[in-house]
Design a protein around this ligand. Structure first.
Ligand SMILES: Cc1ncc(COP(=O)(O)O)c(C=O)c1O
Length: 387
């Protein structure tokens, strides 16, 4: 895009209906057409301000006094995130990333005897590495033709040869794939098999309150929280069995799951996340989920027929992760670079390591947020066609 064209695309937020126009206006003016919420969303000015104010308060009051001042807001954050994940506030712990949350979960889970974990072929690559490093053997879960959990075959597996744990990534990172978590959780409960859910791409994007035994995520993607705040939530019936070493310095009143938190952390990030979650709740989670589903469909429709590219999963997926497959021999990493350098359009190259059991070749990923609009998609289509 020329500077002039880019300005026109960015100014087209005026065409958005409320509350999405307000959502866009609450954020610093972008330098790029941002289609990368699945990597990290854009924080609002209030989120950035809250985080900065906390850092300043640390220098003015002393860090631990500032932490005391922030405590009520952070307690509310725990309760709000717990509610979004369907788990009581005391079962919510903060970490620095989803990956760390999974590592803590693996270290605390009371495995006895066999250690197998059921996963779909679409599973996020680094999770597979973590399972293997944790001594878990993978068991393939049955999927339909699109990669969604096949619930009938899943129930048969739970009846006949259940893995020790089931793991589902609710929204895949590399393409628009949403798993039927509510139904899976109900089946797991019925058959007494624990369910873990990676909600990194799901929190703030789709309904995550489905009663899994453990859920982990990050605040920086669809909620638009600061970087460096991860979440681990474990359901109450599992607390007593967790294998947790309680440091002597930790008070007896600290709930067991919170003993998994690191003793030191960037509190400003959590304070920023508290603001992001308040904004999400104020907009109304259901309204945001619906809007993101609509945005995903808008993007799939606009991109259908783009010369040289094919929309992956060209059917109604209720999410805003959209993947394009190159069908004219394009190098996806180079395309991503060209879109950014020449057109100021930010996307992701989904390399096979993100889903090694499924992806044989890279895909181009777009993950627009609620401020997506036709002018943005037209610019993207034109930029792709120019390659
Ligand atoms: C599905 C999924 N799981 C886990 C992660 C890892 O998150 P983090 O970078 O916070 O460890 C990501 C990040 O992109 C992801 O998409």
């Amino acid at each position: 895009l020329s500077t002039h064209e880019l300005r026109a695309v960015l100014a087209s937020t005026d065409t958005l209906p409320e509350p999405w126009r307000g959502w866009a206006r609450q954020r610093p003016t972008p330098e790029v057409v941002h289609l990368d919420s699945a990597a990290a969303g854009r924080s609002s000015r209030s989120v950035l301000h809250a985080a900065a104010e906390h850092a300043i308060a640390e220098a003015r009051w002393g860090a631990y006094v500032a932490a005391e001042h922030a405590a009520p807001g952070l307690a509310r954050l725990r309760a709000d995130v717990g509610q979004l994940l369907g788990i009581a506030a005391d079962g919510v712990a903060w970490t620095d990333s989803a990956r760390t949350s999974l590592a803590r979960l693996l270290s605390a889970w009371p495995f006895e005897g066999s250690r197998t974990i059921g996963v779909l072929d679409s599973e996020w690559g680094p999770n597979l590495e973590a399972f293997q490093a944790g001594g878990l053997s993978l068991v393939a879960l049955p999927a339909d033709g699109f990669g969604r959990l096949d619930l009938d075959a899943f129930e048969r597996l739970l009846k006949t040869a259940p893995p020790t744990v089931i793991h589902l990534t609710q929204v895949a990172a590399h393409r628009g794939l949403v798993q039927p978590i509510a139904s899976a959780a109900a089946l797991c409960r019925e058959h007494g098999v624990p369910l873990w859910v990676d909600a990194s791409q799901a929190l703030g994007h789709v309904d995550t309150g489905h009663g899994a035994d453990a859920v982990y995520a990050t605040g920086r993607k669809w909620l638009g929280g600061p970087r460096g705040v991860g979440i681990l939530a474990i359901a109450e019936p599992r607390w007593a069995q967790l294998s947790i070493r309680r440091p002597a310095l930790l008070g007896d009143d600290v709930p067991p799951v919170q003993a998994l938190e690191s003793s030191e952390a960037n509190l400003a990030g959590r304070v920023g996340l508290a603001e992001a979650v308040q904004e999400h709740l104020l907009l109304g989670p259901v309204r945001v989920w619906r809007r993101l589903a609509e945005v995903g469909q808008l993007a799939r429709d606009a991109l259908a027929g783009t010369p040289g590219w094919e929309v992956v999963d060209d059917f109604a997926q209720q999410c805003a992760v959209v993947a394009l497959r190159p069908i004219a021999g394009q190098d996806v990493a180079k395309t991503r670079r060209r879109l950014l350098d020449e057109h100021r359009i930010l996307t992701t190259a989904s390399l096979p390591a993100r889903a090694p059991r499924e992806l044989a070749a890279p895909l181009l990923r777009l993950s627009p947020h609620v401020d997506c609009r036709p002018a943005v998609l037209e610019a993207l289509v034109a930029a792709l066609a120019a390659g």
